[in-house]
Design a binder for this molecule. Structure first.
Ligand code: PLP
Length: 396
């Protein structure tokens, strides 16, 4: 009668969403200020004022039918050229508008790319800890996700494990740096090592193996850390980007897919991306947001707030005896659970009104994720609760 698979996806919400819903209920009971919700990656920094200015300017000066009408299926030419120019300036690349397909954010970019590439029996490698939706997106588009655990100490890619996981069926590997949930930025050594392996394996199997670089956090890095731009290291790289985090526009659903000329069979792949967009109903990304991006390309919200939040939490956790590495990017902390069962730890944290996400659904049990894209005031108010929680575990 209906698709059993789709029913299951709809009926079973994600762990993160469940915690978020619990938080909403709890806030209604005891007041929003008394619940410390670290569950969701919803940016707390406002979009830069230039975004509002662009919207005002567009609604005042642009013909309404043009502003709100369809653009071409792949996106507005001027927007795609503006994005190409910005990346070329920043990374010394030579992209043109023909390399871009505008989308409704990274989720759409990923689904389209998986659909465009995946054939029966194809495997797509994901590195744990991973963004849980990867498994949903990959399997829904007809491929099989294959998990490879990162190095437990550094949370960088374990290159030996990676090499062993590649088979003749490997179509692509998903890379997410800065990472959700760990906040880790892949080092240049790791990137070079991964690309060497991929080049070797492409030669061995006589076929392309793609990197799908999921980059919604590309600009969210602190202390001058550089994020290696993967198209510079490996020809068969397809970039899935979103403005959800860099411009704090998650609800406006805008992003793109970048297929560089260097990708093997560029013409075919780009056409397959267009076909996948068409088949999934992802044509013509929201027009007004495309025009806003044309004006605001290359900008970010005030990310110094995230750095401040990160430092506040990391310093406090060090003092309280929680084990956490200082992440270089995104807005997540990945903390070791003081007991093996991170789900049980999160339940105990709830007693102190702390809402944390156990790492099981990220494919890397024994940790918890905290989204620190929250108000600094909430973090400051929550610290005594973390201290009390650490005392319950005798960490100090
Ligand atoms: N990829 C990662 C790693 C994410 O963390 C997210 C959202 O949190 C997405 C993709 C989806 O982003 P978007 O809101 O642009 O669809």
């Amino acid at each position: 009668m209906i698709s059993e698979k789709m029913y299951e996806l709809g009926a079973k919400s994600s762990v993160i969403r469940e915690i978020f819903e619990y938080g909403k209920k709890r806030k209604a009971e005891i007041g929003a200020d008394n619940v410390y919700d670290y569950s969701l990656g919803n940016p707390s920094v406002p979009a830069p004022e230039s975004v509002n200015e662009a919207i005002r300017e567009l609604t005042l000066n642009m013909n309404s039918c043009d502003l709100h009408g369809y653009t071409s299926a792949v996106g507005d030419n001027g927007t795609r050229q503006a994005i190409a120019d910005d990346l070329n300036k920043r990374f010394g690349t030579s992209f043109g508008m023909h390399n871009f397909y505008m989308t409704c954010g990274a989720a759409a970019s990923l689904c389209i790319t998986f659909r465009a590439l995946a054939e029966k029996d194809d495997e797509i490698i994901i590195f744990a800890p991973y963004f849980p939706e990867y498994k949903v997106f990959i399997s829904s588009q007809g491929a099989t996700p294959v998990e490879v655990k990162c190095d437990a100490d550094t949370l960088q890619i374990d290159l030996d494990r990676f090499e062993k996981a590649i088979t003749k069926n490997t179509k692509a590997v998903v890379v997410n740096s800065p990472n959700n949930p760990s906040g880790v930025v892949l080092s240049e050594d790791t990137v070079k090592g991964m690309c060497e392996i991929l080049k070797r394996k492409q030669a061995e199997y006589g076929k392309p193996i793609f990197i799908i670089s999921d980059e919604p956090y590309r600009e969210l890095v602190y202390d001058g850390v550089k994020v290696p731009f993967l198209t510079k290291y490996y020809d068969n790289t397809i970039v899935c980007y979103s403005y959800s985090k860099s411009l704090s526009l998650p609800g406006d659903r805008i992003g793109y897919i970048l297929v560089p000329d260097e990708v093997a069979d560029f013409e075919l792949i780009y056409k397959a991306v267009c076909g996948a967009g068409r088949s999934l109903g992802y044509v013509c990304a929201p027009s007004m947001m495309q025009f806003v991006i044309r004006k605001c390309v290359g900008q970010t919200g005030d990310i110094s707030v995230y750095k401040h939040n990160r430092d506040l939490l990391v310093n406090a956790f060090n003092e309280y005896g929680f084990k956490v590495a200082k992440p270089d990017g995104a807005f997540y902390l990945f903390m070791k659970s003081p007991e093996e069962d991170a789900v049980a730890f999160c339940e105990k944290a709830k007693k102190y009104e702390l809402l944390l996400v156990p790492s099981d659904s990220f494919g890397f049990p024994g940790y918890v994720r905290l989204s620190y894209c929250v108000s600094t005031a909430m973090i400051e108010k929550s610290l005594p609760s973390f201290k009390a929680l650490s005392e319950e575990y005798n960490l100090i």
